[in-house]
Design a binder for this molecule. Structure first.
Ligand code: PMP
Length: 967
C-alpha cells in the first residue's frame, strides 16, 4: 500500500476496504492490534474533517450501547495530487450487518434502536460544517431529478410518481439536528447476540430533519424483503422506544424513505455511467428499484397506519374522533328490524361450530354446517367474526409469501351475518353516499359489494362496506348515490353471486379506504392484524341490531403455558423454542391459533392425514351408536382383525387389541416370556419401545439417557448400526449366549431414522430363535405402508417375526394399537389368566382402524409413499451435494432421515436444532432425533405431495444458507 511509509508505526498487514469517499484500510500492527486507516481524497474539506472529529468525540462521550469510531491520530500528507488527511481509528469488532443471514425482526428492532440512540445523542450536538448542502441528505432529493434521464421508461414512470410526492414534502415544522445519516448495512456491525454492536464511518453526517436517520435505515432494511412493511414496523418500534417519534414525523416517514431510495437510484445511475467498473457504487441499485416498486403498491396512508401502530398510536389519526361519535350514535338496524333471532357464530380456528377441517375448498360442507348451526339454535342470523382468526382462508387463494415463509390472510376485519338463505334485506344503519359499488369476482371474494361514505359531523368521515350481496342490489346505484338512514340498500346474495359463500352479509367499518373504490381487504395477515383492526373499528359499537355476546378469542399463549406448567406433568416438554398453539388439523397441515398453516413433515400418527374425512365420519357414526368393550360379539372388531391379518404373512394370524404402542410392546414382552419361559431380551441401542416399566427396561433410548437407571440385567443391547460411518454393521459379536427374545424396529426411528444393514435382522432372528427366543417386530412407527415397498417394514429385511406390535398410524390419532402373533405364541400366552383390555378393540376404535386401512388401500398411500418419497429423496440428495452440513440422506418411502454433520462426520447438533426451529418459524414442522439429536426425521402424513416436497426443500435450502447452519 503506497501510504504505509507515511505511518508513524509498523504494520504487518494492510487490507483495503470499500468506501465511497475515503480510501479505507484495515491495518494490523506487530502486536496484533487492528486499526482502521482512513485516507481522505486530495483537497478534502478540512472543516468537514473537524466536524467529523467533533462528532465522533461527542458520540464517544454519549455512553451508547454500541461502539462508534474515534480517530486516535490525524495528520496531513502532501501528496502530488494535493494534501491528504490520514486518520487512524480504533477498530470496531463485529460482523457487517450485510453479511448477517437471516434478517430477523430482532435485528431490525436493534437497527431502529441504534438510530434512536444516535438521534438522542446528536440532538445536543452541532457544528457549523454540518450545515451543508449534501447530496446524500434525503431533503436534497429534488436536486437529483435531472438524473432520471438515465432511467429506462418503467423506471422513469416509477420515479416520477415518487418525485411528485417529494415535491409536496414539507418538513420545515419537524425536528432538525445533526444526523449520522448513513445507517445502512455496510456501516453497522452485529455482535454475537444478534444486536448491533458498532457503527462506523461518520463521513455522511449532515444537519437535516432528524427523522431522516430512521428513513435511511428503513430504506435499506426494506430492501430484499418480501414484506418491507414488517421491517419498517420493527425499525419504527425500536427507534420510538429510544427516541419517541412525533405524530407529525410519522406523516412524512414514507416519503422520506422514498426520497432516500431515489437518491440511491439516481446516484447509482450517475456513477454507473462514470465508473462502470466500481461495483460498490452500484451495489444497492437493483434492490432499491425493487423496493420502490413494492412501495408503489402500498398506499402511503397504509404505510402510515403501520408506522403509527408500531409507535403505539392508533392506526388512523381520526380514530379517537370516530370512537367518540360512535359511542353515542343512533343507527338503524342493519338486517330486517324485529323478529330476527340472532346467535353467535364461531368460525375461529379451533371452533367446533365450523365442523371438521373446513376451508374454502370445502364450501358446500361449510354451508351445511352454517345452516345446521342456525337450525340447532333456532336462529335466523348467526353473527360473528370481527378480529376472528379463521381457517377458512388458508387455501392458496389467500396465501402469499412473507418474510417468514408462506402466510395467509386469516384475521377477519368485518362482522358477518350468516342467514339461512339468500334474499334477506340489508339496511343502511345511517345516512351516507355510495363511495363505490361493483363485483369482486375473485374466488372467495366479496361478489357484489357496496361501499358507503358517511360524514356524520364535519371533519369526521368514515366508510361502511357491504359484501356478498345479490346482483340486483347494485341496480340503480352508483358512486354518489345518496342513501338514507334505515333505507333498504341491498339483499344478501346466493353462493353463485356472492363469491361462492354460504349466504351472509360481510359488514365492515373503515376509517380510510386507502384509495379503493368499492373493494377493501376483509381479512388481514395475523402479523398485521393490529394495523388493519386499527383502521377497521369493531362494527358492533355502531349497530342497533340485537347482537349476541361475542365469542371469546383463544387464550394467549403465555397463559396457556403457565396453566399447563401448573397442571400437567413436569417431565412433559413442549416442542420448539417458540411453542405452538395448534387448534386444527387437515390432512398434511396443522393450523395454529393465528390461522397459520404448517406443513407437518413429522407426524406419522396422522398416517392418512390429520382429521381425514373418512376416519372422522367412521368415528362419528359409530360413537353415537355403541362404544363398549370387546366381550360382546361385535362384527367390527373381528373385521378389523381380519383386515389387519390380511396385510401380514399368514403365520401372523392372531390379534390382541390395545390402546397404544407402549401397551402393545408391554403385551408383546409378556407374550414372549410366556412363550419361552424366560425374561431375557435383546434390543437395539437407541431403541424406544414405550413408556411402561417393562418397555423402558428394553428401551436404551430411555434407560441410557437423561434420568435413566442404566441397562437392566435381563436386557442385552446390540450397538446401533451406523451405515454412514460403517460402524456395528454385523450384530454377531454382540449377540448373547444365553436364551433371550428380541425386540426391535427394522429402521430405528428414535435412533435417527437408521435403516439396518441388509441381512441384519435375519442374523439376529436366526440366533435368537436358535437360543429359544422369539422375535418381536416393533412396527409402531414404520407400519401400514410407510416404507413404500412393504406394508410392514420387517419385510425390508426379509424376515417374519413371531409377534408384531402396531400403534401410532392404526388409529390415525385415535388411541388404537394391536399385537399380532402366531397361533403358537397366542396359545402359550393363554395360560388361564385372561388378557382383558377395557378399551382395546371397542367398536369406535375398530371403526376407526377399519377406516384407516381402507384409506391406505383406496388412496394408494403405500404407492404414494414410494413415489413421493423417491422424489423427495432425490431433492434431499441435491441438498447434500450443495451443503457439506448435509452428511446423509437415508430411509425408504416416507420414513427418511437427514443427518447433519460437520467435516469429519462430527454430529452437528446445534445446527440441527437451529434448522428445526427456523423451519418451524417458516411454517414447517420438523423434528430431530438420533443419539446426538442431529438427524432430521421426515415421516409426514402419507398424503404429503410432490408440491409439499418442493416447498419443503426450497425452505430447507434457504435455512441451510443461514448463519445458524454454519458449523
Ligand atoms: N415403539 C416405538 C418404535 C415408538 O416410536 C413409540 C412411540 N414413539 C412406541 C413404541 C410407544 O408408543 P406410544 O407412545 O403409543 O405408547
Amino acid at each position: 500500500m503506497r501510504y504505509l511509509h507515511h505511518l508513524g508505526f509498523p504494520v504487518t498487514d494492510c487490507h483495503a476496504l470499500p468506501g465511497e469517499v475515503d480510501e479505507n484500510f484495515r491495518l494490523t500492527t506487530p502486536g496484533g492490534e487492528q486499526l482502521l486507516l482512513k485516507v481522505s481524497p486530495p483537497y478534502a474539506n478540512s472543516a468537514q474533517l473537524d466536524f467529523q472529529q467533533a462528532m465522533m468525540e461527542h458520540l464517544a462521550d454519549a455512553d451508547l450501547p454500541f461502539a462508534t469510531p474515534l480517530a486516535r491520530e490525524r495528520y496531513r500528507i502532501d501528496s502530488p495530487e494535493g494534501p491528504r488527511f490520514f486518520r487512524i481509528h480504533n477498530w470496531i469488532e463485529g460482523r457487517i450487518l450485510d453479511e448477517v443471514n437471516p434478517r430477523t425482526p430482532a435485528l431490525w428492532r436493534s437497527w431502529g434502536e441504534t438510530c434512536g440512540h444516535l438521534c438522542r445523542a446528536l440532538v445536543t450536538f452541532d457544528h457549523p460544517a454540518a450545515h451543508r448542502a449534501y447530496k446524500w441528505d434525503p431533503l436534497q432529493v429534488l436536486d437529483q431529478q435531472a438524473l432520471a434521464e438515465y432511467f429506462n421508461q418503467d423506471q422513469k414512470i416509477l420515479a416520477e410518481y415518487f418525485f411528485t410526492r417529494c415535491r409536496d414534502l414539507d418538513v420545515s415544522h419537524l425536528r432538525h439536528s445533526v444526523n449520522y445519516n448513513d445507517a445502512h448495512e455496510h456501516n453497522l456491525l452485529v455482535g454475537d447476540d444478534g444486536r448491533i454492536c458498532g457503527v462506523v464511518d461518520v463521513g455522511d453526517a449532515v444537519y437535516t430533519a432528524t427523522l431522516c436517520e430512521l428513513a435511511i435505515a428503513a430504506a435499506y432494511a426494506g430492501m430484499g424483503q418480501a414484506d418491507p412493511l414488517e421491517a419498517f414496523r420493527e425499525l419504527v418500534a425500536g427507534y420510538h422506544l429510544i427516541f419517541p417519534l412525533e405524530e407529525a414525523e410519522l406523516e412524512v416517514l414514507f416519503d422520506l424513505i422514498v426520497a432516500r431510495l431515489l437518491l440511491t437510484v439516481t446516484t447509482a445511475a450517475e456513477n454507473a455511467r462514470r465508473e462502470p467498473a466500481n461495483r460498490y457504487l452500484v451495489v444497492s441499485q437493483a434492490p432499491a428499484w425493487q423496493l420502490l416498486g413494492q412501495l408503489r403498491a402500498i398506499h402511503p396512508d397504509l404505510a402510515r397506519a403501520h408506522f403509527r401502530t408500531a409507535a403505539g398510536l392508533p392506526a388512523h389519526p381520526g380514530r379517537a374522533a370516530y370512537r367518540a361519535w360512535a359511542a353515542t350514535a343512533r343507527t338503524a338496524p342493519l338486517l330486517s328490524p324485529g323478529g330476527s333471532r340472532f346467535v353467535a357464530m364461531d368460525l375461529g380456528v379451533g371452533s367446533t361450530d365450523l365442523g371438521p377441517n373446513r376451508n374454502f375448498e370445502s364450501l358446500p360442507t361449510f354451508t351445511t354446517h352454517v345452516r345446521r348451526h342456525l337450525e340447532d339454535h333456532g336462529a335466523d342470523v348467526g353473527i360473528g367474526g370481527y378480529g376472528e382468526t379463521r381457517p377458512v382462508y388458508t387455501t392458496d387463494d389467500f396465501a402469499s409469501t412473507g418474510n417468514h415463509g408462506p402466510r395467509w390472510r386469516s384475521v377477519h376485519l368485518g362482522l358477518d351475518f350468516w342467514t339461512r338463505g339468500a334474499g334477506v334485506p340489508v339496511h343502511a344503519p345511517l345516512a351516507g353516499v355510495v363511495h363505490g359499488c361493483g363485483i369482486d369476482a375473485t374466488a372467495g371474494g366479496y361478489g357484489n359489494t357496496i361501499l358507503l361514505a358517511h360524514t356524520p359531523r364535519p371533519g369526521l368521515t368514515f366508510y361502511t362496506l357491504y359484501g356478498h350481496l345479490s346482483s340486483d342490489s347494485l341496480e340503480g346505484i352508483q358512486a354518489g348515490t345518496q342513501v338514507q338512514r334505515g333505507q333498504e340498500i341491498a339483499r344478501i346474495g346466493a353462493p353463485d353471486e356472492n363469491g361462492g359463500w354460504p349466504p351472509h352479509l360481510h359488514f365492515q367499518v373503515m376509517l380510510d379506504v386507502l384509495g379503493n373504490g368499492f373493494d377493501f381487504p376483509g381479512v388481514a395477515y395475523p402479523e398485521e392484524a393490529g394495523v388493519w383492526l386499527g383502521l377497521c373499528p369493531d362494527p358492533r359499537t355502531l349497530l342497533a341490531d340485537p347482537l349476541p355476546e361475542e365469542v371469546p378469542h383463544p387464550d394467549p399463549l403465555e397463559s396457556l403455558l403457565t396453566r399447563r406448567r401448573q397442571r400437567l406433568g413436569y417431565s412433559l416438554s413442549v416442542s420448539y423454542h417458540r411453542p405452538l398453539h395448534i387448534l386444527r388439523g387437515s390432512l398434511q397441515y396443522l393450523y395454529d391459533h393465528r390461522g397459520r398453516r404448517y406443513l407437518d413433515t413429522v407426524n406419522n400418527v396422522a398416517h392418512v392425514g390429520h382429521e381425514h374425512p373418512w376416519v372422522i365420519e367412521a368415528a362419528r357414526r359409530q360413537v353415537g351408536v355403541l362404544n363398549t368393550n370387546s366381550r360382546y360379539l361385535h362384527p367390527q372388531v373381528i373385521e378389523l382383525a381380519e383386515a389387519l391379518t390380511a396385510t401380514l404373512p399368514p403365520e401372523l394370524s392372531v390379534v390382541h387389541f390395545v390402546n397404544s404402542g407402549s401397551e402393545a410392546n408391554e403385551l408383546a414382552l409378556r407374550m414372549a416370556e410366556a412363550a419361552t419361559g424366560h425374561r431375557g431380551v435383546v434390543a437395539l441401542e437407541m431403541g424406544y419401545h414405550g413408556n411402561t416399566t417393562r418397555t423402558i427396561d428394553v428401551s436404551s433410548y430411555k434407560f441410557d439417557r437423561a434420568g435413566g437407571q442404566g441397562r437392566p440385567q435381563a436386557t442385552q443391547i446390540l450397538p446401533l448400526p451406523d451405515l454412514l460411518r460403517r460402524h456395528n454393521l454385523d450384530p454377531t459379536p454382540f449377540l448373547p449366549l444365553e436364551s433371550a427374545s428380541f425386540i426391535g424396529e427394522a429402521i430405528l426411528s428414535c435412533g435417527g431414522q437408521q435403516p439396518l444393514p441388509d441381512g441384519y435382522l435375519a442374523t439376529v432372528y436366526r440366533h435368537v430363535r436358535a437360543s429359544g427366543g422369539v422375535c418381536i417386530a416393533d412396527e409402531v412407527q414404520t407400519g401400514l405402508g410407510r416404507t413404500g415397498s412393504h406394508y410392514w417394514a420387517f419385510g425390508l429385511q426379509g424376515v417374519v417375526p413371531d409377534i408384531v406390535t402396531i400403534g401410532k398410524p392404526l388409529g390415525n390419532g385415535h388411541p388404537l394399537g394391536a399385537v399380532v402373533c402366531t397361533p403358537q405364541v397366542a396359545a402359550a400366552f393363554a395360560t388361564g389368566m385372561e388378557y382383558f383390555n377395557t378399551f382395546g378393540g371397542n367398536p369406535v376404535s375398530s371403526a376407526v382402524g377399519l377406516a384407516v386401512l381402507r384409506v391406505v388401500r383406496e388412496e394408494g398411500l403405500m404407492e404414494r409413499a414410494r413415489e413421493v418419497g423417491k422424489y423427495l429423496t432425490t431433492q434431499l440428495v441435491e441438498l447434500r451435494a450443495e451443503f457439506p452440513l448435509v452428511a446423509d440422506v437415508r430411509g425408504p418411502g416416507l420414513f427418511l432421515g437427514v443427518e447433519l454433520c460437520a467435516a469429519d462426520l462430527a454430529p452437528a447438533t446445534a445446527p440441527a436444532a437451529y434448522l428445526k426451529n427456523r423451519m418451524r418459524d417458516l411454517g414447517f414442522l420438523m423434528s430431530t432425533d438420533g443419539p446426538h439429536e442431529n438427524v432430521l426425521k421426515l415421516k409426514p402424513p402419507m398424503c404429503f405431495s410432490r408440491e409439499n416436497a418442493d416447498l419443503l426443500v426450497h425452505y430447507l435450502r434457504q435455512v441451510l444458507r443461514e448463519d445458524g447452519c454454519r458449523c
